[in-house]
Ligand binder design. Sequence first.
Ligand code: ADP
Ligand code: TRP
Length: 340
Amino acid sequence: MSEIKNNTVLSGVQPSGDLHIGNYLGAIKNFVRLQKDYSCFFCIVDLHAITVKQDPKILRKNTLEVAATYIASGIDPKKSVVFNQSSISAHSELAWIFNCVTRMGWLNRMTQFKDKAGKDKENASSGLFIYPNLMAADILIYKATHVPVGNDQKQHLELTRDIAQKFNRDFKCENFFPIPEPIIDNDISRIMSLKDGTQKMSKSDLSENSRISLLDESDEIIKKIKKAKTADTVMPDKIEEILKISEINNLLNIYAGFSEVQKDILIDKYKGQNFSKFKADLSDIIVDQLKPITAEIKKLMQDEGYLLEILLEGQNKASEVAQKTINEVYDIVGLLRNET
Ligand code: ADP
Ligand code: TRP
């Protein structure tokens, strides 16, 4: 594994509401695993959160809550750098330079902007439109080589790769920015709503029953899984049949994600049965794994001083790397900086 050790991981989560099991399985669980072999930066992307309206007091609390969630899930702040994006101004400085590298046509193709801006595009913030440039800056300011994310971020990662390539080419600095690779685990990288298997599980869904929050109590989890949409059939015995019923496929993905038992083994175990035993076992597994995490998040949220200390320690470590990169970039671009 010594070859991997030189590589750098960066990822980020927005402090825009209670995190759910989609964020956990699609992103955070992977972060924990990657700490062993990579040098890791885990960011709380507060500047991305304000691309849509946020209540300042709630934003502050949510930022601490993402920090608490990282740590409660197993991110070790001694091993990995945990910090909030706005504490390192070099992210915004590099993002501005990328605003001048990225082509309008590239941004116009971003589906997340179209989804988030909805029908009222004229009224969306300009920050929401250039959001992927800031994400590219988050990644490239640390010259990250790997980015673990859910499937919804794949297009933004491709744009990041295009930006890195264009910058290296335009400024004739081959290999200055690495071309980062996404780390996306297919089945669990897109956990769907419990109420509608065609919609992504999301913090912004109006229905609480569509998602399982990492702060849900055990009885709420059991209730939500019981209510989750399935089908008026028994568990099919073939994966091809299961893929046709997205709600069942989604519950199987969640089961496999938490238990780390392969889907075909789960199908073998439950095929031909109705869904009550499957759902009971599934909620047992989720409750078992989330209970200690939920308790730890709640405990850490009582100790704001400790969380602030961790963020400051992360800020100091991140700033060293980020400052070096932005100085190099200013030099490459020809921006004069009179060092004192
Ligand atoms: P969101 O507001 O969509 O939850 P975040 O920025 O908080 O967005 O997402 C944090 C991470 O969680 C990202 O890597 C994102 O791809 C991942 N993620 C978000 N929703 C899901 C989902 N339903 N399934 C899997 N991964 C997800
Ligand atoms: N855009 C990501 C999301 O909405 C969050 C994010 C911001 C991110 N910067 C990042 C993810 C850098 C990975 C790397 O989920």
